[in-house]
Design a protein around this ligand. Structure first.
Ligand code: HEM
Ligand SMILES: [Cu+2]
Length: 543
């Protein structure tokens, strides 16, 4: 937090330090300014990301050789459970919407704040309370939870570890997510500037809008499911216990009815970020604006009907398997529409490969690898072979980390000069990106191959024949970590010594670039009158 306060010294203007004197910690943690709340999220989310990465590196270190290397089996179970909980609920779900959405939503639609600023602050506090509870489940009591981030019953009802605390933490985090969603939907409906019609909304806003509906409609189901786990643990109802007439499969249905749509909470905003970056760095209006909007809504809607693909080997009926498999293939279509439109936007553009663009392009590549490996899992026949292997682990890291994680870094590099008013070193950023790409692919491609050969997931030990691929994967994780540290160092140095930039260093046409960098406290002295689309560079007077 000391960092946040001292930041005032670097910039003598904008929302970071509006009155000219140094804001206190309280001016930040009780601020209702959407940009400050967004920054609070950015700092806390980045911190938890670092925790999650550390846990991931420890998992990889254990797997560098067969047998017990640094931890025993019980600690290993705790490691991957906490890694999953931290990465999913503290990093990737709130990541882009809560940090960048909060900062940019009012700026991009021409508003002075979100519809409910105090509710917004409350969401951040809920996030911090939930996060603290999740991390304190590491300490005391029966020891850290060992169920995996999915909390599958009946095991989660029986284990003596601190599962109740972790489950309650996720329950609270869910409320934070729902409130952010409600706030965004209302803001987008009610607070657009004059002339900001629905078809002039930036695609990032459309993606936040689709995401917000999923947050509001799907997250309550997770809440109920988590309460049922608590009921099971505390009251011992036997709802999911076959021996007492319960049904363990019911838990899996309830869990995935939320958690599959949740992957779209993770990836839709990332797609929105990419749709902002590509036109600006290809100097061309986005190809097929309406198709991208429709595919966002299509993904949100169709994505709610496919949860059963996580349960092909659970003993579900054959009819259910067939239907869920078919529906899963249908969801691939709107994603493919987006990839096509991004590539078509690039075609004939004059492309600038600055850091944000590199991250956006690598999103397209890594997300496509993740998505295509998803089809292998969506086909019931092939899923049987790779179910619960490292193939699955590689698949979702390609989608979540290669996709959403890299888009998060892209957003950070794209909007960094807007948020902080200064620019990072682009050469160093490019190096960081390159090292990360090499490390990432070495890490997860090795895991994908090991999975294809049968390396099971969530095992701390393995057969000798998987040694080589596991060693490569662990080397990859070290290279990735070096890239991440270089990126972080570059941005931190920029905060101290970065060159000041003007309002619009990338010559973009969306509204946030019409105000000063960093933006003033209430964004717009006078609400803007919007007269052109978000990627209409000519009408915006940009080359
Ligand atoms: C340096 C970065 C990372 C490394 C080295 C890493 C490594 C791993 C490994 C080896 C596993 C498999 C554990 C097992 O099945 O035995 C795993 C699981 C997982 N990872 Fe990562 N990971 C990293 C980053 C991420 C990110 C950025 C996300 C999310 C965006 C993520 C989400 C998950 C999830 C959800 C699981 C499943 C946990 C479970 O099975 O309960 N990881 N990770
Ligand atoms: Cu799914």
């Amino acid at each position: 937090m000391g960092k946040i306060i001292r930041m005032g010294e670097y910039f003598r203007r904008g929302f970071l330090e509006p009155s000219g004197d140094q804001p206190s910690l309280f001016d930040w943690i009780f601020s209702t300014d959407h940009k400050r709340i967004g920054l609070l999220y950015l700092y806390s989310i980045s911190t938890f990301f670092a925790v999650g990465v550390t846990l991931g590196l420890l998992i990889r270190l254990e797997l560098i050789a067969p047998g017990s290397t640094i931890v025993g089996p019980d600690t290993y179970n705790a490691l991957f459970t906490l890694h999953g909980v931290v990465m999913i609920f503290l990093f990737i779900i709130p990541g882009i919407p809560a940090a960048f959405g909060n900062i940019l939503l009012p700026l991009q639609i021409g508003a002075r704040d979100v519809a409910f600023p105090r509710l917004n602050l409350f969401s951040w506090w809920l996030y911090i309370i939930g996060a603290s509870m999740a991390l304190s489940s590491l300490l005391g009591g029966g020891g850290p939870p060992d169920t995996g981030w999915t909390f599958y019953l009946p095991f989660a009802g029986e284990t003596a570890t601190n599962v109740s605390l972790a489950v309650f933490a996720v329950f609270i985090l869910g409320f934070s997510s729902i409130l952010t969603g409600l706030n965004f939907i209302t803001t987008i409906h009610r607070m657009r500037a004059p002339g900001m019609t629905w078809t002039r909304l930036p695609l990032f806003i459309w993606s936040l809008y689709a995401t917000a509906w999923v947050q509001v409609l799907a997250t309550p189901i997770l809440g109920i499911t988590l309460l049922l786990i608590l009921a099971e643990r505390i009251l011992g109802l036997g709802l999911f216990d076959a021996a007492r007439g319960g049904d363990p499969l019911m838990y899996q249905h309830l869990f995935w009815i939320y958690s599959h749509p949740a992957v779209y909470i993770m990836v839709l905003p990332a797609m929105g970020v990419v749709s902002e970056i590509i036109p600006v760095f290809a100097r061309r209006p986005i190809f097929g604006y309406k198709a991208i909007v429709a595919s966002s809504i299509g993904i949100a809607a169709a994505g709610s009907l496919v949860w059963g693909h996580h349960m092909f080997v659970s003993g579900m009926s054959d009819t259910a398997i067939l239907v869920f498999s078919l529906l899963t293939f249908i969801v691939a279509i709107p994603s493919a529409v987006k990839v096509f439109n991004w590539v078509a936007t690039l075609y004939g553009g004059s492309i600038r490969l600055d850091a944000p663009m590199l991250f956006a392009l690598s999103f397209v590549l890594l997300f496509s690898i993740g998505g295509l490996s998803g089809l292998v899992l969506g086909a019931a026949a092939t899923d049987v072979h790779v179910h619960d292997t490292h193939f699955v682990v590689a698949h979702f890291h390609y989608v979540m980390f290669g996709g959403t994680g890299f888009a998060f870094f892209g957003a950070l590099h794209y909007w960094f000069p807007k948020i902080f008013g200064c620019m990072y070193n682009n050469r160093r950023a490019t190096w960081g990106w390159g090292i990360m790409i090499i490390g990432f692919n070495l890490l997860y491609f090795s895991m994908m191959l090991a999975g294809l050969r049968g390396m099971p997931r969530r095992y701390y030990d393995y057969l000798l024949q998987f040694s080589q691929l596991n060693r490569l994967a662990t080397y990859g994780s070290w290279i990735l970590a070096v890239g991440l540290m270089l990126m972080a160092a570059n941005l931190l140095i920029a905060l101290r010594r970065g060159q000041c930039v003007g309002a619009n260093p990338w010559e973009a046409a969306t509204l946030e670039w019409t105000v000063a960098s960093p933006p003033p406290t209430e964004n717009f002295a006078q609400l803007p009158q919007v007269s052109h689309g978000p990627y209409d560079f000519k009408k915006a007077g940009k080359p």
